[in-house]
Design a protein around this ligand. Sequence first.
Ligand code: TMP
Length: 236
Amino acid sequence: MEKLNKLYEGKAKEVYKTSDPNCLIVSYKDDATAFNGEKKGTISGKGAINNQLTNHFMQMLEKNNIPTHFVKEISKNETLVKKVKIIPLEVIVRNLAAGSFSKRYGVEEGTRLKKPSLEFSLKNDDLGDPLINTYHILSIGLATEFEIERIEKYAFKINSLLREYLLKFDVELVDFKLEFGKTPDGKIILADEISPDTCRFWDTHTHEKLDKDRFRRDLGGEKEAYFEMLKRIIGK
Ligand code: TMP
C-alpha cells in the first residue's frame, strides 16, 4: 500500500490518497484547537494516542456489528481507512449534561440525563457548526429519512457499547461526537475518530476530566489526561 498525495488537512488530522482507490490514510496530528479554531495549541503525543484509542474502540465496535471505516493501523499515528463520502453532520450523543447542553438548557454539568440524548450539528466551520434538526437535514438533502434512522440507531448502540466498555476502566462516557460516511454501495458506516478530542471522559469516582476539556478550559494537565486514557484502555 503506497501513500500518495495529501487530499485534505483538517485541524487535527491529514488525509492521504493511497495506491488503493478504495482506501485512504488518516494521519493524526498533535495540534489542538477549540472554539472553531480560535484557540490553538499542541498536545505532544496526542496524535498517536488518538489514533490508537480510535482504532481500539472501532475494533471493539466492529466485533459488536457496528460497521466502521477502520482497515489497519499502519503506524503510531497513521491508519488505513475505507474511503467514504462523509455525511456533513456531527452526531452528538449525551449521557450526562455538560458543555453546550448545560449552557443552552441551564442544566448543571454532571446531571445524569433521564434518557440519552442525540443532536445533529451541520459540519461547516464557516457557519460555526450550527445545530440542525431532521426536517432541515431532509429539506437540504444532506441525508435521507432511512439514512437518518440508521445513523440514530448506530449512534445509540455505539453509546451503550462504549459506555459499558469504558466503565470497566473506571471511565464515565459523558458525551461524544460521531461522524458517519457512505460507501460507494450506499452503506452507512462509522468514520472519523473516537478519542479524548471528540468525547468527554470523566473518572467514574472523582469526575476528573480525562479529555480535551482540560485544553478547552485551560485546566492544565491535558497531556497527562490523554496518556492516562491510553494507559487505562490499552495499557501502555
Ligand atoms: P459540546 O457540549 O461542546 O456541544 O460538545 C459535545 C461533545 O462533542 C463533546 O464530547 C466534545 C465533542 N465535540 C467535538 O468533537 N467537536 C466539536 O467541534 C465540538 C464543539 C464538540
